[in-house]
Design a protein around this ligand. Structure first.
Ligand SMILES: [Mn+2]
Length: 326
């Protein structure tokens, strides 16, 4: 039976009472954080309190910028005493997605990932949607709530990142929500969040990468030894792909006893995911898509194959492994 938007909203709000202390749990990314803000807004003056908790470590610069600029209040789940709460909501995820989620009996689950058979008094999962932010925008509009600039900007960016600027799965409802939100956002704030791709700490690795990089036949490659965050390799590989005539970028680094290899390509000719899987898959975890792929190999698996403390030797070894497959 089809449920109307107002009926859904009525059922959702009907689960809460004035005395409720609500815990919203997320695996924080822009879509999840924006959705949590939206539910908090929907429950404003309907419940005693709403707290947002995240299960993951937040390190991506755009995520950090978003938290700072929209003044989002959230706590790591381990700092929260779950027993102090009376109602629980899970947004942009389903219980089976994370072991921490499975420890909680949720009253509300709202998500857009493929259905896993999650059970709760209120479940609204719409896998065809590009973002949970789109679903939450519909709830706000049905409740006739005009989003603040901060909330609108968060939801706007949530849709933007989850649909990769509509280059990935999205439906008309996502486009409609985007258009609606655009009227309420702070454009400067949205740009500030989106432009925050790197931290100051990344720059020293950029310098190393620029000094050591090798360019050959449209492929750029560099190994940068120890990195403080694997996202640094991703960021540098993406940066290299902006160079005219570069069809491939291979950036590697060492993080917590693992060799991280990031491969990007223009996606037109070869398949990066397949390449990494075939060349390094037997030594660790490797895979990805046509244009982006990643391998993580425990250094102990490289013993006897290559001296991983020798930057040049390791760099050459990676390229030899990849070359065998290209
Ligand atoms: Mn999402």
């Amino acid at each position: 039976m089809a449920t109307s938007a107002s009926e859904r909203l009525r059922r959702l709000l009907g689960l809460f009472s004035r005395e409720d202390r609500v815990l919203i749990v997320i695996n924080s990314d822009p879509d999840a954080m924006a959705s949590a803000m939206a539910l908090k807004r929907l429950l404003w003056r309907q419940v005693f309190s709403t707290t947002i908790a995240h299960v993951n470590v937040i390190s991506r610069p755009d995520n950090l910028a978003m938290i700072r600029l929209v003044k989002l209040d959230l706590l790591p789940i381990h700092e929260v005493n779950v027993e102090e709460f009376t109602r629980f909501a899970l947004l942009d995820s389903q219980p089976s997605h994370h072991e921490k989620f499975e420890e909680i009996n949720f009253d509300v689950i709202i998500d857009h990932h493929p259905i896993t058979g999650a059970k709760a008094p209120f479940v609204d999962i719409r896998p065809e949607y590009g973002a949970t932010s789109t679903i939450m925008t519909r709830y706000l509009r049905t409740a006739r709530i005009k989003p603040s600039a901060k909330l609108a900007t968060a939801l706007f960016y949530g849709i933007k990142t989850d649909t990769m600027n509509f280059e990935r799965k999205a439906i008309m409802e996502d486009v409609n929500a985007f258009q609606f939100l655009f009227r309420h956002i702070n454009v400067h704030m949205a740009q500030r969040i989106e432009y925050a791709e790197i931290t100051l700490d990344f720059l020293k690795y950029y310098r190393i990468a620029l000094e050591r990089m090798r360019v050959r036949k449209g492929r750029i490659q560099v190994h940068i030894d120890q990195v403080s965050n694997p996202d640094i390799c991703v960021s540098i590989a993406d940066f290299f792909m902006k160079i005219h005539d570069i069809a491939w970028a291979v950036v590697s680094g060492i993080y917590q006893g693992r060799l991280i290899v990031i491969v990007r390509n223009d996606g037109i000719r070869k398949d990066a995911g397949k390449l990494l899987g075939e060349s390094l898959g037997e030594m660790g975890a490797a895979g990805g898509h046509k244009s982006m792929a990643r391998a993580e190999i425990p250094l102990k698996n490289l013993q006897g194959l290559v001296d991983y403390n020798d930057t040049k030797a390791l760099s050459r070894w990676i390229i030899r492994k990849l070359d065998k497959r290209t």
